[in-house]
Design a protein around this ligand. Structure first.
Ligand SMILES: [Zn+2]
Ligand SMILES: [Zn+2]
Length: 335
């Protein structure tokens, strides 16, 4: 063998020797062992039977038993426009699920006191969470209804079982349509003390809401009807009306208003005059009181239009939930 031939032989031998190693290295490694070792039962056997919720349907005055996720489909259908960004729908899914689970009596919740027989929750938007029969509603809305249902089911599936927790406990997951720039602290409206995750936060995301700003003229006679009797008469004429802000809430809303020297709560006025929110400024007009309103709803917790706006700016549902409820974490619910 010449020196040249020996070198060639050596080179070929080296390639032959290294080739199997290269092949082995390049082969993709399997992500999980191909065989079930018996410790991990198949997925379907592991998944638990889904939770059931007792819903008081005030439209038919009956308590019905529903699968939790199916119940949530009806809540999202009723509570949020399905045309909203998917991440906003997912944030709403987590929040609506948290709200429902916290009420469930089988999990130690208080249930809903509006129902004629024991129920976890009712379908009144002013009391618990609004709810629409998904099948009936989709049929009524036609092809648009089917598309809405698809988006809502996607949001629920992609957040399956997920809830918002504070120090390991389900949060009081309240929400509203539009905060108008600043959300409200829960203790400004409800008793029960301050909650660290229900404080006022600045919301730059709901400017596209039709409720962001509004104007409303309240005729003096209507205003007089909403006020205590001793105030009504001077106010009805509109001439001696004197309004003063007595206390402002942490969210910059009307806490208490002084009307001709008498204190009236902002939330009371909102209810009596059917105002979109307690965030308003006023001016005296010839025909009545002209209100400049901000937002729609009580303003506490998640701002729905804000969630949509935040999603448009690239925030995901986790970031959205944690923005409106500072200090919470999102986790799978384990009863
Ligand atoms: Zn209720
Ligand atoms: Zn907002």
């Amino acid at each position: 063998m010449t020196r040249k031939a020996a070198l060639l032989f050596f080179a070929i031998a080296l390639v032959v020797l290294l080739l199997p190693a290269a092949v082995v290295t390049l082969a993709p490694s399997p992500e999980r062992p191909p065989q079930n070792n018996g410790n991990n039962p198949p997925e379907e056997k592991r998944s638990k039977k889904s939770l059931q919720i007792r819903l008081y349907r005030d439209d038919i005055n009956e308590v019905v038993l529903l699968d939790l996720e199916e119940y949530l489909t009806g809540v999202l259908l009723a509570e949020i426009p399905s045309s909203f960004e998917m991440e906003a729908l997912k944030a709403q899914a987590v929040i609506a699920r948290t709200y429902a689970l916290r009420q469930m009596r089988s999990l130690g919740g208080e249930g809903c006191g509006e129902a004629p027989s024991p129920a976890d929750i009712c379908s009144k938007s002013t009391h618990c969470q609004a709810w629409l029969d998904p099948v009936k509603t989709a049929a009524q809305w036609g092809p648009e209804g089917e598309a809405s249902l698809d988006r809502i089911r996607q949001a629920l599936e992609e957040t399956s079982g997920e809830v918002a927790l504070y120090q390991g406990k389900l949060i009081e997951a309240v929400y509203h349509s539009t905060c108008g720039g600043k959300t409200e602290a829960s203790h400004a409206l409800w008793s029960g003390g301050e909650l660290p995750y229900l404080q006022s936060v600045n919301c730059p995301y709901c400017k596209h809401s039709p409720h962001y700003r509004g104007e409303l003229l309240i005729p003096f006679t209507q205003l007089a009807k909403a006020l205590p009797q001793d105030l009504a008469l001077p106010v009805a004429s509109g001439e001696q009306l004197l309004l003063e802000m007595a206390s402002e809430t942490p969210g910059g809303r009307v806490g208490t208003l002084k009307i001709n020297g008498t204190l009236v709560e902002g939330k009371e006025l909102r209810q009596q005059l059917e105002l979109p929110s307690t965030a308003f400024a006023w001016e005296l007009a010839e025909e009545g009181l002209l209100l400049h309103t901000r937002g729609r709803g009580h303003g506490v917790g998640l701002c729905q239009y804000g969630a949509d706006g935040a999603a448009k700016e690239g925030k995901n549902y986790r970031q959205i939930v944690m923005f409106y409820y500072p200090g919470v974490e999102i986790a799978k619910f384990l009863p």
